[in-house]
Each structure stands twice: as C-alpha cells, then as structure tokens.
Write a protein that binds this ligand. Structure first.
Ligand code: KIV
Ligand code: ZN
Length: 448
C-alpha cells in the first residue's frame, strides 16, 4: 500500500517579491491575469502584493482577493499598525486571507536600518503579530535577514510571535547568503529549540545571490520546512528568488530524495513561465531549468539519436510533464541523419538512403554557416537539392546566399532522384514508415 507523502505548501510571491524587482513591474490587469494562471497552476498561497506600498498595489491585492477564491491570498505588511491595517483592508474580502508581517532581526539591520535594540525588536514583533491576529486568523511572520541573525535571538523572537498567534514562521535568507547544509541545520535547530513550533508551519524563503536559492529551499524541506516561498522563473530582488518550477520538479523527479507532494499542476508550468515572460517583457533564459526553450532541446547527434530511441536517455522528465508542447530536436552542425530524417518526415518528406545522404551532406554545409537550421531552411534546402542547379531559385531571401552556397555542388551531384512522395493520412499528415525502413544505422556514426 502506498504511504502518503508530506505535502509542501507552495507559496508564490511572484506578484510581490518578484514584482518588486527591477524591470518586472506589472499593471493591474496583468496582475489579475497572472493571479488566475497561478490559480490554474495550483499554488496554495498567492502573495498578491504589499498593500501599503502604493494605491496600485492595494487595488491589485483587493481585486485578487475578491476574484481568486481557491488559494489563500496573502498581503505583506511591515511590523506596524498602519501597514497591518492597510493589508487587512485589502484582504478582508478574500475567501482565505493571510496577513504576512515582517521585521528584520539581524544586528546589522537593527543597528543601521531600523535603529532599534534587540529588546525593541522583540516587543515590536510580538505586538504586531498580536495586532494582526486580532484582525485575521491566518498570520505569517518573517524575521527578515534570519540567516544572518544570532540564532539565540532568532529563537526568542520566533517563540514570542508563536505565543502572539502566528500560524506560519517563514525563515528568509534575505540576501542569499546561506548554503544548503547550513540552512538545513538552522531549520533543524529552530525545530528543536523554539517552543510551540510544532503547532505552526515552518517555511523557507530563499534568494539566489549565490545561485543556491533552490538548493537551500530543498535543504530546508528535507530538514522539516513544510512551506516554500518561490516565484515563477525565479524572478525577484537582485538575483531573484527560488524558482517555483525547479522546486516542484525536483520533488517530482527526485522523489527518492525528496518524498514530498505538492498540489501543482505540472502541465501548467510552461504556460505560467511564458505568461510571466510575456507580461514583464523579460525573456526566459534559453538554458533555464525546466521551462527554458533549450530545456528539452537536443542538438548533438548522439543525444538526438538517443532521445529518438528512448527519451529517457537524455531527458529526466518529459516535456509534457511541465506543459512544454513537444521535445524539439534542434538541427545544427552536430546533428545526425536520424534527427534530420525525422524532421524531414515531419515536414512531409521521406527519402531513401541515397537521397538522405545527399540532403545530409548539404545540410551539414549549411549548418556550418548558420547556427540553427530551422524548418524553412530545411524545406528550401530540400527543394534546392532536388532541382537542377542552374534553375535554382532560393525561396527565402535572407538566407539565399548561405543556402545557395551550401547547395552549390557539381551539376551531376545535384541531379538526384526526387524524394519519395510522402504517404499521407486523411488529414494530410505524413504516415510513419514501416519500422525497418527507419534509421538502419547509428546516425551519429554517419554524422561525424
Ligand atoms: O527576502 C525577504 O526577507 C522578504 C521578506 C519580506 C519575507 O522578502
Ligand atoms: Zn524576499
């Protein structure tokens, strides 16, 4: 019988921590659109904004609270009455509101930023959480810069806010300073030392300044954190926050190491990533884990051959599991015949072995000149290859020279037989060839 795995609460802060990063601001309708996508994605908590920060933020939190009814809607507040009141005003119509109160606890923040003593900090944390609790049952507290806070003092503050009614304790690595083993130890220490911690949810909030936000988050989960705070595409202050899609897929792909569940609908990850990128006008880096356009692309011939035979050879998750429409084989100078012939078939051309050899030689010459051979280049090349050289008319002007050079071979070589007429189904799509006609040889051996 399958045992139930602990469930991790996914707290998305794309609309708050993400939105406050440079170049990532969103207008009201855009925030609503993304909030609905986060709902479809299945996040448990949407941090919709920081209501006191601006009238726009207030209005967005209020609108999301009114329209998005399944997830918890959180609003951020500093540890003071005006912030908390404003947050509550924006949240009070939500089906499931949460006030998120934060106060820095590290000496460097107390001394230089807030100019208060540790005792004042302790009192302020306690009082603000008690006030938030008087308005809302669900109160989260974050000791800002927790990872650079004296652990003794951190335990004291956390104990005080649990007593005052906090239901979630979020531990932020505000400046992305910690490393996985250290952060895991901190979470374990808090679980052992903070009285009452067993009755609240422990959460991790990691920034990516050293590129370890996701690794630190996973270490926290392994040490007992049951909520993770993250953003789509990892957007956020400076180097960003832990990326939601990476955390979720790490738990799915490495269930052996991270035996935890989330309610995320994997098939919506790519759509969420694309929607955010389109809204903020910031492209997803091509090699971004899980949702980058190269995450499921294979160019090297050996890899392409393996993936075509069995995707598990080079893919640890399926493109479908994260909502990427299809695995894309990138045709470039490292590609082999196997990938080329599959792409030709997808374009409606089936070649016998000799014809494919011919196309392949020309393809390699072209790929040497341009980085990626797109479908339209390939179509042009196929047409050029199977025309008498003298009457060749390039179909795509910008590439005319490169293609013409790639196909300018001796006349007798250009006079190859035309491709077999593709067998098509009722919808005009090419029918697959019988298995034995496929790929008789290891393509990468041909390609080298
Ligand atoms: O990074 C941080 O400390 C924060 C808090 C407000 C949770 O974003
Ligand atoms: Zn943050």
């Amino acid at each position: 019988m399958a045992t139930e795995q602990p469930r991790i609460t996914i707290f998305d802060t794309t609309l708050r921590d993400g939105e406050q990063s440079p170049g990532c601001s969103m207008n009201h309708p855009e925030k609503l659109r993304l909030a609905h996508q986060l709902d479809r994605l299945g996040v448990d908590v949407i941090e919709a904004g920081f209501p006191i920060a601006s009238d726009g933020d207030f209005a967005a939190v209020k609108a999301i609270a009114g329209l998005v009814r399944r997830p918890i809607i959180a609003g951020l507040a500093r540890a003071c009455r005006p912030d908390i009141e404003r947050a509550w005003e924006a949240l009070k119509d939500a089906a499931r509101p949460r006030i998120h109160v934060f106060l820095a606890t590290s000496d460097i923040h107390l001394q230089y930023k807030l100019r208060i003593t540790r005792d004042q900090c302790l009192a302020q944390a306690r009082e603000s959480v008690a006030f938030a609790k008087s308005l809302c049952d669900d109160v989260e507290f974050s000791p800002e810069d927790a990872t650079r806070t004296d652990p003794e003092f951190l335990c004291k503050v956390l104990e005080a806010v649990v007593e005052a009614g906090a239901t979630t304790l979020n531990i932020p690595d505000t400046v992305g300073f910690t490393v996985p083993a250290e952060f895991g130890e901190l979470i374990s220490t808090l679980r052992q030392r903070v009285k009452g911690i067993e009755s609240v949810t422990l959460s991790a909030h990691c920034h990516n300044d050293l590129g370890m936000a996701v690794a630190n988050t996973m270490a926290a989960v392994a040490a007992g954190a049951r909520q993770v705070e993250c953003t789509i595409n990892g957007i956020g202050e400076r180097a960003g926050n832990a990326a939601l899609e990476e955390i979720v897929m790490a738990m799915r792909v490495r269930r052996d190491r991270y035996p935890y569940e989330s309610r995320i609908e994997g098939g919506q990850l790519f759509a969420a990533s694309q929607m955010l990128s389109e809204i903020i006008g910031v492209p997803v880096q091509p090699n971004k884990a899980v949702t980058g356009r190269n995450a499921f692309a294979h160019e090297a011939g050996i890899h392409q051959d393996g993936v075509l035979k069995n995707p598990l050879t080079y893919e640890i998750m399926t493109p479908q599991s994260v909502g990427v429409p299809d695995s894309r084989l990138v045709l470039g100078k490292h590609s082999g015949r196997h990938a080329l012939s599959i792409r030709c078939e997808q374009l409606g051309y089936q070649f016998d072995r000799r014809a494919l050899d011919d196309i392949y030689r020309r393809f390699v010459r072209l790929a040497d000149k341009i980085k990626h051979v797109e479908d339209h280049h390939l179509l042009e090349l196929i047409r050029e290859t199977h025309k008498p050289a003298a009457s060749a008319t390039p179909l795509f002007e910008p590439l005319a020279t490169a293609v013409a050079a790639a196909v300018s071979v001796p006349a007798q070589e250009a006079q190859r037989p035309f491709p077999l007429v593709p067998q098509t189904n009722a919808f005009g799509l090419p029918l697959p060839l019988p298995a034995e006609q496929h790929h008789e040889q290891e393509d990468y051996l041909w390609g080298v």
